[in-house]
Every structure is written in C-alpha cells, then in structure tokens.
Design a protein around this ligand. Structure first.
Ligand code: ADP
Ligand code: ASP
Ligand code: MG
Length: 414
C-alpha cells in the first residue's frame, strides 16, 4: 500500500467525459489498495476566461477579489470529480483550500503556501475516502481566498504530498512526461526517464511550463518524488510495472548523467539599452534600484565600457509587458543615472541549454555559439551559470535555434 497524491491539469479535466476518464485513473489506484488524494485544476481555458472577466470588470482591481473570481474554476472541477467518483462506487468528497487550511501569505494572485494541515486528509485516508482537492488556492491573511499564480495546482499537489508524507506525487497532464524540449515546437523531442530536481528547476524557470517552478522547488526541499505522466493513456491499460512517465528525483538516483538534458525557451522578452552612462560607482544601483522598487524583474545584464573607461553602455532584459513602465521609470531617473540615449526592443526570445553534466565538461556553451552562427542567428546577450547557459536572440529564429541546439547536443529522438 502506498500513499499517492494524483494531480490532473486543465486539459485532463476539460469536460465531463475527461473527468470520467480521470475517475478511472483514480479507481485504478484505489483498487490497487493505495491511499489516494487528488488535486484538480480548472477545466482548460476556464481560468483564462475568469481572468478576462475580472479585467473587463475593471482593468485595475482589488487583487483579493481577483482571487475570489479566478479560484472558482477549481471549485467546479473538485465537485464534479467527487460526484463522478461517487457514481462509480468510490467514497470521495471535495475540499477547497480554506477547508483543509492551506494557509498562504498575502501576495494575492501569486501567493506562497505557508502551511498545510494534513491531518484531515490523513483521517480520510484511514477511512478509505478519496479527498478531491481544489488546486491553485489557499486562504490568506484576513480569511481571504488567495491563489498561487498561474499553473499553481502543481504546487498545491506537491505541498499536499509533503504535508501528508505521500510516497509519490503523480502529475497527470497532456504529455506523457518531461521532454528534452517542448514537444509542441520540436517533434523530435524525446521523453526523459529521470530528471534531477535541479535540472527540472532550471528547465521550469527557463520556460518549460510543464511544471510550475514553485512546485519543483517545493518537491526538492521536501524530497517529494514527482512523476509526470499522461492522463490520456488508457487508465486500465497502464501496466503498473511498466512506467511510462518521467521521474523527477534527486541527482544521486540518476546513474547515466547526460551533459545536456534539455532545452527551454521563453518568449516575450525585451531589451533596454542605456547608452553613454558615466562609468562611476553606484551607476548600477541607480539603474536597477528603481526597477526593483517598481517590481520590474530584470534578467540578463550586459555592460560594455568605452575605450577610455569613462562611459559605459548598459543593456538588460525584462518581460515584454514591462517595457513601457520601465521606460517611464528610467525617464524619471534620467538625471541621476546620466545616460545620453535610451533604446528599447521587444520581440526577443531567450533560449537556454540545461544539464548537470556542464559542471564537469568544458566547452558546452561554445558548441552552441558555433552552431547558431552557422545558421546565421545573431546572439544579443549571453548568461551562464553552473548547470545552464542562455542566449538572447530575435524571436523569428526561436524555433530554428531550439531545433539546431536540440540536434547539436544529440537530443533528437532516435
Ligand atoms: P496542465 O494543464 O496539465 O497543467 P500544462 O499546459 O501546464 O498542462 O503543461 C503541459 C504542457 O507543457 C505540454 O502540453 C507541453 O506543450 C508543455 N511543455 C513545455 N516544455 C515541455 C517539456 N520540456 N516537456 C514536456 N512538456 C513541455
Ligand atoms: N487553473 C490555474 C491556471 O490555469 C491553475 C493550474 O491550472 O495549475 O493557471
Ligand atoms: Mg500546468
């Protein structure tokens, strides 16, 4: 007997037929004698619709009311799945975030889970009842509903798994595992059998939205074994001995270490350049302090110094959607920073190569630079760290770059 948390994403619960299919996956585990809790997302497209209703009501609105609205999608699917489970003879009941007491901080719209009382769920395990939990939500200060940021049901599932000390957390989605890159843009992407927490954290942070970044962080900290698998495989034909998904686990469990594990990309990047800034101590603080104060997330930073060392050009990247705000903030700070020219450009993409093998292999990044140059792709900025590097390029070349690198590092499926 194992204790399992099963999470089903939006496409897996998109309509009543799909919810019936999910119920069969749950039944399989219950019939095998396991203790099961289920975490559900809203039906696919539902959260987008709710977000757009909130925006239509008023473009600038109370974030607590936004959370009241957008959390409702998960409430519907939790109730529906509980009914369907009951209809096939499985004892089940729904739970909302406030009922379990998933407590969060006050960052409405992107709240962090602070605590989960696993007690009630464990009591249900003992009487053989399946807890069907609405993902993406908790309860913040002042008794207000809070949501966990887009894709947050993954984090709900991992947090519940940690709270009830589950043996496994199975994330069911519309792909049968984590791939070497997004299979939607590279059909030759291949499924990874095992990925380390660290690599998955980088892949998710750098654009592989198959798992929410915080869910991977939380799994790593609490050592929750995560399986990513498809809900579209026949629930009764999945042979329990033949595992088809991807296991995300600690590095020690991975025997065969690849130099490069995967390639991720983030669209909608932008670049701002400040030209001819006096090169004096404090200039970076003068530029990036106001960015931070205005909650603008700066990513890559490139500085180039003039020949006599008196002036510098400072270029940095940020999300496309923040450019107007950043330009206004930098305009206000113009006298203090002392730049002569400011330029911005949208429509860029960041492509990243990830692999723990980079720690011990030299020259991994230079292979990419040569391969991209051979395809005529211009690199605007580069960042590197221990197990990954990223290049900023024009969005028109994003697919070509991903495919080129995927092939170059030997990741194409055989
Ligand atoms: P869910 O609704 O189940 O949470 P998501 O849409 O959030 O599903 O995540 C699944 C999607 O993630 C896949 O359909 C796939 O296009 C995308 N994806 C991006 N990168 C990867 C990757 N490296 N491996 C697998 N899927 C990926
Ligand atoms: N329904 C939420 C979203 O679309 C949470 C999730 O699906 O994980 O972002
Ligand atoms: Mg998701």
């Amino acid at each position: 007997m194992a204790r399992i948390v099963m999470k089903f994403g939006g496409t897996s619960v998109a309509d009543i037929d799909k919810i019936r299919n999910v119920a069969q996956h749950v039944k399989r585990e219950v019939d095998a004698g396991h203790q099961v809790a289920v975490v559900v997302s809203a039906m696919s497209g539902k959260t987008n619709e709710l977000v757009s209703w909130a925006r239509q009501a008023a473009p600038i609105h109370d974030a607590r009311e936004y959370d009241t609205i957008v959390s409702s999608g998960e409430q519907v699917t939790a109730g529906l799945l509980a009914i369907v489970l009951q209809s096939i003879g499985i004892d089940a009941r729904s739970w909302l975030g406030w009922q379990i007491q998933v407590t969060t901080d006050s960052a409405h719209g992107a709240a962090r889970i602070e605590n989960i009382d696993g007690e009630q769920i464990v009591e249900r395990f003992i009487i053989g009842q399946v807890a069907v939990i609405a993902g993406f939500q908790g309860i913040g200060p002042g008794n207000r509903i809070a949501t966990l940021g887009r894709g947050g049901s993954d984090t709900s599932a991992v947090a519940i798994a940690a709270a009830v000390k589950a043996d496994r957390c199975d994330i069911y989605t519309d792909v049968d595992g984590v791939y070497t890159t997004d299979p939607r843009i590279e059909p030759k992407a291949s499924r990874l059998i095992k990925v380390s927490f660290e690599e998955m954290l980088e892949m998710a942070s750098l654009g592989a939205k198959v798992l929410q970044v915080r869910s991977v962080e939380m799994a790593m900290v609490n050592n929750v074994r995560l399986f990513v698998r498809s809900s579209f495989e026949d629930p009764l034909a999945i042979n329990q001995n033949r595992f088809t998904g991807t296991l995300i686990c600690s590095e020690e469990e991975i025997l065969e270490k690849q130099v490069v594990t995967g390639i991720a990309y983030t669209m909608d990047e932008a670049q701002i350049s400040l030209r001819r800034v006096p090169d004096v101590p404090g200039v970076s603080a003068a530029i990036f302090g106001p960015m931070a104060d205005n909650h603008i997330n700066v990513d890559m930073i490139v500085q180039s110094i003039s020949e006599d060392g008196s002036r510098t050009d400072m270029t940095f990247t940020l999300p496309d959607g923040d450019v107007e705000k950043a330009m206004a903030v930098l305009d206000d700070a113009r006298n203090e920073i002392g730049y002569e020219i400011i330029q911005s450009e949208k429509g860029l993409v960041k492509v990243s190569v990830i692999g723990i093998g980079m720690r011990s292999h030299a020259g991994v990044a230079s292979t990419a630079f040569t391969a991209l140059a051979a395809k005529g792709i211009n690199i605007r900025a580069i960042t590197t760290s221990e197990i990954k590097f990223s290049v900023l390029i024009d969005a028109d070349y994003s697919e070509l770059a991903v495919r080129t690198l995927h092939q170059k590092y030997g990741l194409d499926s055989k």
